[in-house]
Design a protein around this ligand. Sequence first.
Ligand SMILES: Cc1ncc(COP(=O)(O)O)c(C=O)c1O
Length: 437
Amino acid sequence: MNSRGHLEIGGCDALELAKTYGTPVYVIDETAVRDRCRSYLRAFRSNWPRVDVAYASKAFLVGEMVRLATEEGLSLDVVSAGELRLALWAGAPPSKITFHGNYKTREDIDLAVRSRVRSLVIDCSDEIDLIDRRARDLGHVQDVDIRLNLGIDIHADPKYTTGSLESKFGLRVRGGDAAAAVAKVLERDNLRLRGLHFHLGAQVLDTKYHRQALHDVGEFIRAVAPVSSWKPESITAGGGMGVNYDGASSPPSPGEWARDLLPVFSEQVAPHCAPDVVFGVEPGRSVIAEAGTTLYTVGPTKRSGTRRLVAVDGGLSDNPRPIMYQSVHNVVLPSNPELRDAELHEVTIFGRHCETDKLIDRVRLPDLPPGEVLAVQCTGAYTHSMFNQHNRFDKPPVVFVSDGRSRLVVRREQFSDTILTEMQSTAAGSSDRHGEK
Ligand SMILES: Cc1ncc(COP(=O)(O)O)c(C=O)c1O
């Protein structure tokens, strides 16, 4: 809060940000992101000598975020040719990019291998042939990892779970697919098997599942070692580290993750690996979520009994998470963050889409006249990157703030940006019809 009694983000007055950039607007506290990157590196490095922290770019991907993560010493995880192109455009070194995905298209594989990314993470047996063939055509030996499906359920919403036996991701350890993949990769001349990877799911609030996974990885290596004599140079424990969405939960800190995971790794996994084995993690959400705030402008209010139903000028398009995941975000009134002396009512906040796009359910707030600004917190992850064009709203701008200064990183999308592809198609279609190609 500043001397005017307003909410501050990165030292900037939230109401001034709303006035300058319009609403909705994604505001990212740059110092908070940098601190988080540093905490991850510090925490893991102080528990193991060789550590790789990769920012999972799917959480929030703009060029400036790539530059920031790279400057802070993080590497990058991408999952499509599009994400890879953006990372390369922003200057990320290919030697620090890992390429994931449960269905890598030929285009994905071609771009990843041509770009000489650090590794492609094998997610199914067929990929082994495709990547090997492309590497051979290019006269290259490509490093790969194998993503293990360890059959671990994180006991969360199924949409959050990616490491259970029902999940579409990874090669199953149970049943032998993963061991078969290790053997298959080791036979290929144009592939080099670097390491093993797993990713259990999202918004994990207890380290016990990752500890179990590391224990199981140790067993897997012990089981395949007599057959292959291969020793992993890298073990990556994925991302999924949970965040404090509602302002009231206390997820493990990077330090707690490191303190809980690395003893299991060093005792049960590292002894079966190459002597200089690297321990990797891939946090996405927990790097960026809490640093993000979305500012909205309040529109009309309706009453339902004693409850107020308040509409804001965004919703499902800029934050599909409440509808997709029933996620709960904390909301703050920037003009009066402490709500002193205010009479409070139970309020439900909706967006302005032609859906029941409930953004915040039942929160106690004062009367919200049209034009009031609302700040929805912990919106840095999977909001901008999951933006959709429902009802053709413009994609909100991205503003970075730090030390009391703000800068526009991505301007607000305009109608002319989104209609261009259709205009060009119509023009091309009409010249095709006239035989003018
Ligand atoms: C392979 C992999 N690594 C890391 C992440 C990042 O997860 P989170 O943002 O929950 O940390 C994901 C998310 O889908 C993933 O699939």
